[in-house]
Design a protein around this ligand. Structure first.
Ligand SMILES: Cc1cc2nc3c(=O)[nH]c(=O)nc-3n(C[C@H](O)[C@H](O)[C@H](O)COP(=O)(O)O)c2cc1C
Length: 235
């Protein structure tokens, strides 16, 4: 099993430790884990140049940083996004990376491998907002086309892992082991669900009439999701 982890922070707090528990529970002799911590491993913020949409992802001024991460995601069976809850949402540095993946949304150029993956989103908050943060991250994975989505969110009533109550830690460990076993059962068998298939068909209709962005449209033709026109080109 190949796993890509996007850490929404650099420090090793509650969110990082819970992610570690998942990685330990999922570890096998053959598993490979690719980890990226933001902002260290991430790009500068998106400058809104639209090059990724119009010319292609390699024209992004930050492609050198973004593309190795995108390739790692594409190769993986499981994609983990994790972030502490910061003012009711994911950390700015994780969001900043996810902005660079807008070209991979189903409305543009979803990668064909996405439908076979599992996505897991992990978040912690002190008191309120971990669930919302995990959903916020999960929305990105859904729009990339990953339909087998899981999340784990917990309000830890603490500013760091060391001060999390031992009883709560024990409950977290139990939860992690239950969710990890569900992930192991589903790895390699994930299929797009009804909601994903419905959205994909709407996006296909949209691409059919797309004469303004051939980079997107040609991607749909190249993947066999749209017939080529007489010239063999999309559009
Ligand atoms: C900038 C900032 C914003 C935060 N916003 C919230 C919040 O909206 N709701 C909440 O319950 N906790 C909030 N917290 C607390 C953290 O989410 C909480 O302590 C979390 O478990 C920290 O995870 P970590 O140990 O992985 O850093 C915030 C903390 C920081 C530093």
């Amino acid at each position: 099993m190949k796993i890509t982890v996007l850490h929404g922070q650099m420090h090793h707090g509650s969110t990082w430790h819970i992610t570690r528990l998942f990685l330990d529970a999922l570890h096998t002799e053959t598993s490979q884990v690719f980890e990226y911590s933001f902002p260290k491993d991430g790009p500068l913020p998106c400058i809104g140049c639209y090059q990724c949409f119009q010319k292609g992802e390699n024209s992004c001024p930050h492609a050198e940083t973004v593309q190795p991460i995108a390739e790692s995601i594409e190769e993986s069976d499981l994609v983990i996004l994790e972030s502490p809850c910061y003012v009711y949402g994911m950390s700015g540095q994780l969001k900043s990376f996810l902005d660079h993946m807008a070209y991979r949304w189903m409305s543009h150029r979803p990668h064909p491998s996405m439908s076979r993956k599992i996505g897991l989103c992990i978040s912690t908050a002190a008191g309120l907002g971990s669930g919302r943060t995990a959903k916020d991250m999960q929305q990105n994975l859904f729009f990339w086309g990953i339909s087998r989505l899981m999340r784990y969110s917990v309000n830890v009533a603490a500013m760091n892992w060391e001060s999390v109550d031992p009883k709560r830690k024990a409950r977290i460990e139990k939860d992690v082991s239950r969710i990890a076993s569900q992930i192991r059962k589903n790895i390699g068998t994930a299929k797009p669900g009804l909601k994903t298939r419905f959205l994909f068909s709407i996006m296909r209709l949209n691409q059919k009439g797309n004469h303004w962005n051939l980079t997107d449209r040609n991607h749909w033709v190249a993947n066999g999701w749209l017939p080529a026109d007489k010239t063999g080109q999309g559009g």
